[in-house]
Design a protein around this ligand. Structure first.
Ligand SMILES: [Mg+2]
Length: 401
């Protein structure tokens, strides 16, 4: 079943039993959503970033991240903050769609998150239940979860039921292909000094001798016992992925990420079956339904969902339950400010990806220590938008009052 599909008994929108505004009988609390502020924020990156998709000519170097922020306020004075994001394209469309549907939340019980999610989903049903449409809803969904945890005076991880108060973490931002090898080695050393436990570097260079040299050098720099991962960003074909995968076995990697096209379930499955090194994938998928294909096929060892990309925390939790049931490991993609909490609540020991790109947007900093990222004890996600975030806001609108 498509994870975003309303229950089989759900009627068509507008039908006799269509989702109605909250009433006390719907199980709602006494609080109501008073206003929603949506903001489109353009965050420039310090340097232009290239992974294998740029080296193979499929994309241009990335120079900025566009974020959609949602700030939801309630009659009782609570505020929830959520965000979604896009890279290279799609930011204005996410903002536009959120602006079209967010009004539906005004006057609703903010704790009735799955019901509100369906309401938003039906409003945009003709543009689908994946991709841009649900990524626009993700910012709202995350904000509602943030508010719910704040109402309970718990960190989001605590509200969800945390299995741990810290999560193993690895650095990605230091290992891009635009960085010369020497810089990658320095970045790795700096990350380890900062208490980050693992190092991931990008591979998938069209000249595989470049990959071979960089992986060998980084393994030598960090030593045999430091967790090391590689990420080919979908740029190998099945044959190259198998050849490189076999060569990489000697490095005792924690995983090989996106060795082949994100939608090549069979290609991923064969590698998972053939190689000893675990296969990780899933960051490019934009719905629960797409993840279900991977999970059902046992096409990876480690699943890498991204809450903003799959439509928010509500959807993430659905697929995480399925992934755990299938025995998969979890290593969510990007957005550590959200995923730290979700990973802490996953039954199997997960990884969280350390990416400091979004740091300028928030007042707080996540702490790393002994190879792990510590779940903050602040209520909700534990984030406050910074002055810099306000200064980088290109557009903003407040619905409600
Ligand atoms: Mg990746």
């Amino acid at each position: 079943m498509n994870g975003t599909t309303p229950a089989a008994t759900a009627p068509a929108p507008g039908g006799a039993n269509a989702t109605a505004p909250a009433t006390a009988g719907a199980g709602g609390g006494s609080d109501r959503i008073r206003s929603v502020t949506l903001s489109s924020v353009v965050l420039p990156l310090p340097t232009a970033i290239s992974d294998a998709k740029v080296l193979t000519g499929r994309q241009q170097p990335m120079t900025e991240v566009v974020l959609l922020f949602a700030e939801v306020r309630s009659e009782q004075g609570l505020e929830g903050i959520g965000f979604s994001y896009s890279k290279r394209a799609g930011g204005p469309a996410q903002y536009a769609h959120a602006k079209e549907v967010a009004e539906l939340l005004i006057g609703e019980d903010p704790s009735a998150i799955p019901r509100l999610y369906e309401r938003l989903l039906w409003a945009g049903a003709s543009v689908g239940r994946s991709g841009l449409a649900t990524q626009a809803l993700a910012a709202l969904d995350v904000a509602l979860w943030d508010m719910k945890a704040k109402r309970a005076s718990l960190p989001l991880a605590g509200l969800l039921g945390a299995h741990r108060d810290s999560v193993r973490t690895y650095n990605t931002s230091g290992g891009f292909l635009n960085a010369p090898l020497e810089e990658v080695r320095e970045n790795a050393a700096r990350s380890l000094e900062a208490g980050i436990g693992g190092i991931k570097i990008k591979v998938g260079h069209p000249d595989s001798s470049v990959d071979r040299a960089r992986v060998s050098a980084v393994r030598e720099t960090i030593g045999p016992d430091t967790p090391l991962m590689v990420d080919a960003n979908q740029q190998w074909d099945r044959t190259t992925a198998l050849r490189m995968g076999r060569w990489l076995e000697q490095f005792d990697l924690i995983w090989i990420e996106e060795p082949v096209d994100a939608y090549d379930v069979e290609g991923h499955r064969r590698l998972t079956e053939t190689l000893d090194t675990p296969i990780a994938t899933g960051e490019m998928l934009s719905s629960v339904a797409e993840h279900v294909r991977l999970i059902d096929a046992r096409a990876c060892d480690i699943i890498q969902p991204d809450a903003p990309r799959v439509g928010g925390i509500t959807q993430f939790l659905r697929l995480a339950t399925l992934a755990d049931h299938a025995g998969l490991q979890l290593a969510p993609h990007f957005a550590m400010e959200i995923h730290l909490h979700l990973a802490a609540a996953y039954p199997r020991e997960p990884w969280v990806e350390h990416f400091d790109w979004l740091d300028p947007l928030f007042e707080e900093r996540l702490q790393t220590e002994g190879g792990r990222m510590l779940v903050p004890d602040r209520p909700g996600l534990g984030i406050t938008l910074s002055e810099r975030c306000r200064a980088l806001t290109r557009e903003s609108v407040t619905l409600g009052r």
